[in-house]
Design a protein around this ligand. Sequence first.
Ligand code: 13P
Ligand code: SF4
Length: 299
Amino acid sequence: MDVRARIGELKRRKNAVILAHNYQLPEVQDAADFVGDSLELSRKAAGLDASTIVFCGVHFMAETAAVLAPGKTVLLPEVEAGCPMSDMINGRELRAWKARYPGLKVVCYVNTSAEVKAESDICCTSSNAVAVVNSLGVDRCLFVPDKNLAAYVARETGKTVIAWDGYCYVHHRFTPRDIEAARASHPQAEVWVHPECPLDVIELADKVLSTGQMVLEARTTSRREVVIGTEKGIIYRLSKENPAVAFFPARESALCAHMKMTTLGKILRALETDTFRVEVPGEMADRARGAIRAMLEIA
Ligand code: 13P
Ligand code: SF4
């Protein structure tokens, strides 16, 4: 029996569901029951009627699923698949930082550990960060860990967003020259970038979209060519779902090594051996759930 068939059989036997982020390898996206962005995957995990969730993404995503689906077994097929941006701040550092700004609300990007979420007032994703900050009804807030997303949110809301000095190494490397070169090579194309890119890149784009918003936009665009300024893995899904549109990466080297660690073989191993289980201790999970639920209520 081949790997796909064995995965299918084990999924049925264990009442398991495979969730995959839009940046995952094509073979993983094709094997998944649901492919989505961070917000879509959080919502899906919260509503699933399955005993086991195999999370094909990075560690903070599996943790978010574990927080939202207590009682379910959450498996991360590759234990080393972390997110370097989420590792740029821990709970102790956030406690010390927020003590310097008494009274200010803390917004945490979903790309954070459960212990950081537990120290935050509300979570956000790249789809809803602007709406989340607007919902606070305040002029100033703290934002962790992505300084680029924070700068974009500040621009869109007109509020003072005090940011931690974190960034995604994949998106932070995009430069205005990448966008200018892509426009020169594809003069008819529209340019879509992710809000984790630096503000000088965002300012040159036609649209600023999360990965899930790119998937939706691609379904209705009248353009025949689009330049994509985010991790290249999403181009597989965009091209598969929209064969009449040509998608070009704004930067050929925009690859997240951690997102590419998960393979079909590792999904099979996860199901065979129930590894690697991602669990969040009770009180921390309750507090992190509060920040995530606050987000899910408003956007
Ligand atoms: P979204 O899928 O929410 O756009 O996030 C991108 C990302 O970098 C996830 O790690
Ligand atoms: Fe983290 Fe960036 Fe990789 Fe997303 S693309 S998992 S933010 S390092």
